[in-house]
Design a protein around this ligand. Structure first.
Ligand code: SOE
Length: 378
């Protein structure tokens, strides 16, 4: 007989769907003591909240997240709303003794994030932030290879996250689908939305970041605002690039933009070590490229590892070797890990404290760009 974990989901956009799918699928593929129960979804528009509840089989819906947080039949609050609401909801949920699963980035800025960490730790509630790309099997395999020391001393870490969906100057900012362009709702542009993913993965794979030197650009300076109907200044960063030093002595180079025509979600990283290098590309997410200088020189070259064998991370729970999985599975994996950790008492990474490190790097990046100088993290 499994134990229930009653979920209260706040927000039902793109992320609400990815998380809901994770809750529904995890127990089908992983052996877990806990089973998520989709108790309630919350959104301000009653018709939309009800439609989402019906479609995804949530037992009920709410239109006020405060009511959801107060409900005795909810164990965990999952926050899928715009970034400017994360702190308030997470803090209220933690104070009410609920576990909190928060969509990335943790917060609008470091100060808010610190408060979230403080309240959650004082309340002793379990937390996690959905930096889902850690749980692509090929990325988890990269972590395994690095931790085994196969790369040796690491010299370089390079990451990109490239998109092209905001090039049109007529695209408005603000409101349901376009809050990512509105600094008041998002906090920042590509730094918090896309580079945050790259930074989370980088810290996980290669350790802490000491200092950064960044530049940002806002290519379209004004856009119609969906909430006010007026043409307003755009205050988010459309593009950002930064250099950094990692604590292990390696050098980092990161770039993100929503103006790279032809690229939709091209997240790539490459790590160069003394003995070996690794490359990964979200558009080919089930493959890990690996080069090992210690190979026999006659066959030395880049290996294209198809990460589908049963002994590779997560893959033993899916199909048979050679058959790959995709983007949505990263959320299934995060749910499965969260539930397994609940069973064993382990911390699910990244928790709020770990995700705060990414927030600190994002803040340092934005400050560095504003001040045009090298900036210490934290
Ligand atoms: C933005 O377009 C976005 O949806 C991000 O918000 C997600 O975090 C990223 O995984 C894909 O791109």
């Amino acid at each position: 007989m499994s134990k229930s974990l009653n979920i209260g989901l706040v927000g039902y956009g793109f992320m609400g769907r990815t998380h809901s799918n994770g809750y529904k699928r995890a127990n089908d593929f992983f052996d877990l003591e806990y089973r998520p129960v989709l108790k309630a979804v919350c959104g301000r528009n009653a018709d939309n909240a009800k439609a989402f509840a019906d479609k995804w089989q949530y037992e009920s819906f709410e239109t006020d997240w405060k009511k959801l947080v107060e409900r005795d039949d909810i164990d965990a609050i999952d926050i899928c709303t715009p970034n400017n609401t994360h702190a308030e909801i997470a803090i209220a949920a933690a104070k009410a003794g609920k576990m909190v699963l928060c969509e990335k980035p943790l917060s609008m800025n470091t100060a808010e994030g610190e408060e979230m960490v403080k309240v959650a730790e004082e309340a002793g509630v379990k937390t996690t932030v959905w930096y889902n790309y850690r749980r692509v099997p090929a990325v988890t395999l990269a972590k395994q290879l690095i931790d085994e020391g196969r790369l040796g001393k690491i010299f370089h870490y390079r990451a990109n996250f490239l998109q092209d969906w905001t090039i049109n100057a007529d695209l408005p900012q603000g409101g349901a689908a376009l809050w990512r362009l509105d600094a008041a709702a998002a906090g920042s542009g590509v730094t918090g939305d896309l580079l945050a993913h790259c930074i989370d993965t980088a810290i996980w794979l290669n350790g802490g970041i000491k200092d950064v030197n960044a530049m940002t650009e806002t290519f379209i300076k004004e856009r119609q605002h969906n909430l006010t109907g007026k043409v307003e200044k755009v205050s988010i960063d459309d593009a950002c690039a930064f250099l950094c030093h990692f604590s292990n002595g390696s050098l980092g180079l990161f770039e993100s933009t929503r103006y790279a025509r032809g690229h939709k979600a091209l997240y790539t990283f490459e790590i160069n070590g003394e003995h070996a290098s690794i490359k990964w590309d979200l558009h080919d997410l089930h493959r890990l490229e690996y080069f090992d200088h210690r190979d026999d020189s006659l066959i030395r070259g880049w290996h294209d590892v198809h990460v589908t064998d049963g002994d590779m991370p997560y893959m033993g729970n899916w199909w048979v070797p050679g058959l790959q999985i995709g983007y949505e599975h990263t959320f299934v994996h995060q749910v499965a890990d969260f539930l397994k950790d609940l069973e064993t008492g382990a911390v699910t990474q990244p928790d709020f404290r770990t995700a705060l490190e990414t927030q600190k790097v994002c803040d340092a990046v934005l400050n560095s760009a504003a001040n045009r100088q090298w900036t210490e993290v934290g």
